[in-house]
Design a protein around this ligand. Structure first.
Ligand SMILES: Cc1cc2nc3c(=O)[nH]c(=O)nc-3n(C[C@H](O)[C@H](O)[C@H](O)COP(=O)(O)O)c2cc1C
Ligand code: SF4
Length: 446
């Protein structure tokens, strides 16, 4: 193992007053648990093994705060109903039984909702509309004219924005009652929070927009401030963490986007507002593969049993092939990269006193320790996403291990595409699944 001056992955850390036993977290990932009678069971099956393997903090994936709309993918879980959220104590108990902590990620898709992109969903709900921060940007309107998207934006009034912020707060209260240790806001991945922050999407002229002399993101920070205050009203001092986007992966033609400097300024302001942790991420202004950098998922696109689902999602087999071709181009632009958010995290950490969380392409134990305690440390906790699909009990191999321990995940993205059909998140690369089975037989996850 390399030698590090600062903390390592095995050391405890405090987030907003909550003690976390070590610095490894499971980044939020779709669990596709829905809201049916099996939702709690599905979530426990997904998250408990990770906690049992010693992972200090589990972020449950994006959960939608409203009763209608807002789901970016099929089969997401809604958390607007206090009775349903109370039952999620089965999930928090399962994690707590192993000494871990669990935060719930709250989200709304806005213009990224299924109603906009999922052809089958659009057919089933012809009268849909979706919450919008402002009139959609021309790039999305152009895709709408070609029939690739279906935009029926419901641009929020000032009162509706205030109500949405209050709804985030109410749900945080339900989550606190169900035993969640903290709240994570889905501030990136093109959801509604990013749409408030992004100068491409936010053209509002009220208190939730950027004034003519304001730097980009000012209106979004006002929304995040309203969410913060609502969370404090309903859930007291519960730790509150958010992703903070730098839109550095935006296509060059998109001039209005958040730069790295904008993201650092926004993060600094959010720490002043009272956010207890920040997850800086380099993303795009559009829904592309910059969030999950890696290879073109050849196997997933070719899978026989997925073709009908892809056709239903994208509006026919020809359009599905067009999306696959775009995916191929994107994977050339956003190949796998180790710890791609490290430099942004480092820049934020230089400016704030609250914990900074770093995720994206981290696969080696040595990399974790370097990000945490190396000469040029970048963060206070290190997260992984896809590696937990490949090895739900990965913590057992990475924690208290030698520096050469490495997650099996190859960032091939075969697990990501099938989720547009509502298929569960699981590793779909046979060689990796075989390796996991071999490690399992050797007792490496015990
Ligand atoms: C299938 C899938 C679903 C995801 N769902 C979410 C989510 O619900 N909320 C979120 O903030 N990020 C989500 N992400 C992004 C991850 O949290 C993480 O940032 C990303 O996977 C990069 O980390 P990795 O290289 O370790 O996978 C998702 C990623 C994948 C692959
Ligand atoms: S399919 Fe498996 S190896 Fe490929 S990115 Fe997903 S979890 Fe990782």
């Amino acid at each position: 193992m390399g030698s590090f001056e600062g903390p390592t992955l095995d050391d405890p850390v405090t987030v907003g007053g909550v003690s976390v036993p070590n610095r490894l977290y499971r980044a939020p990932l779709l669990e596709c648990a829905g809201n049916g009678p099996d939702a709690v069971e599905t979530l426990v099956a997904e998250l408990e093994p990770t906690a049992a393997s010693g992972v200090g903090l589990v972020f449950q994936g994006a959960s939608i705060v409203t009763a209608d709309g807002g789901c970016a993918a099929p089969n997401m879980t809604r958390v607007h109903d206090p009775e349903f959220v109370a039952d999620l104590s089965g999930v928090t108990d399962a994690v707590h039984d192993h000494g871990g902590k669990i935060f719930l990620q709250l989200a709304h898709g806005g213009l990224r909702s299924q109603a906009v992109w999922h052809a089958g969903f659009r057919e089933r709900t012809p009268d849909h509309s979706e919450l919008a921060v402002s009139r959609p940007p021309w790039q999305l309107r152009a895709l709408g004219r070609f029939g690739l998207l279906d935009l029926a934006p419901d641009v929020m009034t000032t009162d509706e924005v205030t109500d949405l912020a209050a709804q985030f707060g109410r749900v945080a209260g339900y989550a606190a009652d169900a035993g969640y240790d903290g709240i994570h806001l889905s501030g990136a991945n093109m959801g509604i929070v990013q749409q408030f922050l992004s100068p491409l999407y936010n053209r509002r002229d009220d208190a939730f927009g950027d004034g003519p002399d304001d730097p980009p993101g000012t209106g979004g920070v006002a929304f995040l401030e309203a969410v913060h205050d609502a969370v404090r009203d309903h859930a007291g001092s519960i730790p509150l963490v958010t992703k903070v986007p730098a839109e550095t992966a935006a296509p060059r033609v998109v001039r209005r986007h958040l730069t790295r400097e904008d993201a650092v300024r926004i993060a600094t302001r959010l720490a002043e507002v009272g956010y207890d942790g920040l997850v800086p991420v380099e993303v795009s202004t559009f829904w592309d593969t910059s969030v999950v950098r890696g290879a073109y998922p050849e196997r997933a696109w070719a899978a026989e049993d997925m073709q009908a689902g892809y056709a239903a999602a994208f509006g026919g087999p020809v359009r599905a092939r067009v999306v696959a071709a775009l995916n191929r181009l994107q994977s050339r632009r956003f190949p796998a990269e180790s710890a791609w958010n490290g430099p942004l995290c480092r820049a934020v950490r230089d400016r704030v006193d609250v914990p900074v969380f770093c995720e994206g392409g981290v696969r080696h134990r040595d990399t974790c320790d370097e990000l945490l305690g190396g000469d040029d440390s970048a963060c206070d906790l290190v997260g992984m996403g896809r590696p937990f699909y490949a090895e739900p009990r990965l913590g057992a191999r990475l924690l208290s291990s030698g520096g050469d321990a490495r997650a099996l995940c190859e960032s091939c993205n075969n697990c990501t595409v099938p989720q547009v059909t509502g298929a569960p998140g699981t590793c779909r690369t046979p060689s990796v699944v075989r390796e996991r089975s071999a490690l399992d037989r050797d007792g490496r996850y015990d």
